[in-house]
Design a protein around this ligand. Sequence first.
Ligand code: ASP
Length: 451
Amino acid sequence: MKVVKFGGSSLASGQSVEQALNIILNDPERQVIVVSAPGKRNNADTKVTDLLIKYAEQVLKHEETDAIVKQIFARYQEIGYFFGLNDEKLQIIQNILLALPNQNYPDNNYLMAAFKAHGERLNARLIALILQHENIKSRFLDPVDAGLIVTGEPNDALVNPESYLNLDQIKIDPNEKIIFPGFFGITPSGNIATFSRGGSDITGAILARGFHANIYENFTDVNGIFAANPNIVMHPISIKKMTYREMRELSYAGFSVFHDEALIPAIQGQIPINVKNTQEPDNPGTMIVPEKNFSPDNTITGVTSQKHFSALYLHKYLLNKEAGFTLRILQILYKHNIPYEHMPSGIDDITIIFNNDFLNDQLIDQICNEIQATINPDQLEWIDDYAIIMVVGEGMKKTPGVSRQILDSLASQGITPRMINQGASQISIMIGTKKEKADKAVKIIYQDFFN
Ligand code: ASP
């Protein structure tokens, strides 16, 4: 049995839903279908999830909501009409939308989560209606009824392991299609909580593990995962096969085709993932597979960059002899609830690299002041134009001279790395550069290794 997930751009209009349904019907093994909310039909369009966020905001501000409800419902209507569903059949979708403000929510965050989740919840309902209209045996399965339990933040939830036991109890008839909404689950107290944005990928992986699928097919709008960002490198190759951990390293550093949190259930269940294009279903796309018995085609699999970092550089003589030096820094960060990304160090200095999403000017001043006062470094410098380049590949482990080749390519473009770090897994090399050099660095490394 296969679990198949369609992203929002693959379900944005009647025509794209038709393509998705053809893919499902082409293979009887494609039995569990996870759907996103309708996405953008063109660049100027708005995703239904974003319309729902606007709806929730208007409700919270006690503003008029008729127009936004109409706009959201029109997206489902357009798809329904394409398949010949009439207003009577679609009424349920409008009723659910209109009833959203009247439900009970523990607080505004839960309200927001519930509104957002309805993008997928209503789409799954609609697609089940369409399949039934076409006389195809299908069933809308709600996360509430399936026991997909989540905990944590209402808008950044985590799956609870109990969900797998619940999913294991569900019987699926060999010739029926299950339509399951992505992106959310239900908390132990019965409220809706969503995963982080793009989280329908996570639902797909949870179901693939829970239903013991032999593959998790993830349909999106590109031919798999490219070895570099096509906005930086012209026509990069599409990766044929890669390992889970290569994907994790690359998605950490900006490969956003597949949600990085979605890898974990797939790894736990050892389910291979196939990222494919809805427009070109015969293209093999990218396979993401376990490390065991994997033999890489190239030395490196992908190269990427992320520019949203800053770094704190500290210099102090004999730092290596001072017990508790890093501990005191970490205590200050912990007090302000600031996570750090990396901490490369030398005998007399240390750099702490941060994700800018967790910082603001006031916090930066505060931690710099406290670190200066507590550990009294000889030099403290805040670097705000920090980028990280990640070069990833299982093939690097067995190939001598990869770091030299990377450094030579960078040197040929006059790029001096600020930091180089090779993880213990030996499948990734991380290089810190100035922001403005990041794209150039990616381009030259790609050219050197792939051309
Ligand atoms: N619809 C949600 C979002 O836009 C989840 C998803 O598409 O995976 O983030």
